[in-house]
Design a protein around this ligand. Structure first.
Ligand code: SF4
Length: 95
């Protein structure tokens, strides 16, 4: 009988904590500007740090925050990354 009670109790606790975690994840979700992901997709993705940031994601976030210019990705210069970033920023500007 003790095994049955333990199983039921652990099942109830598991369900309760799972529900709480699911609710918390939704409630405290951090929404990221979709332009960050769009810019990351056009960057060369080398994560080399030549732009002065820790990686491509950090650079994309800095561009969206207005803290970096569009032409700082050195490996992306030959493929026109700066123009692509400019286009993303202009077409998807917040209203
Ligand atoms: S220079 Fe370009 S490829 Fe290198 S980390 Fe910066 S954004 Fe990424």
């Amino acid at each position: 009988m003790l095994v049955l009670y333990s199983t039921v109790l652990l099942s109830i606790l598991g369900f309760a904590f799972g529900t709480f975690l699911a609710y918390s994840a939704k409630k405290f979700e951090v929404k990221e500007d979709p332009r960050v992901e769009m810019i990351k997709e056009v960057l060369s993705g080398a994560n080399c740090g030549a732009c002065g940031y820790a990686g491509c994601e950090a650079y994309a976030k800095a561009v969206v925050a207005g803290k970096a210019t569009y032409d700082m990705c050195i490996p992306g210069r030959p493929s026109g990354v700066a123009d692509k970033i400019k286009e993303i920023m202009q077409k998807n500007a917040p209203n």
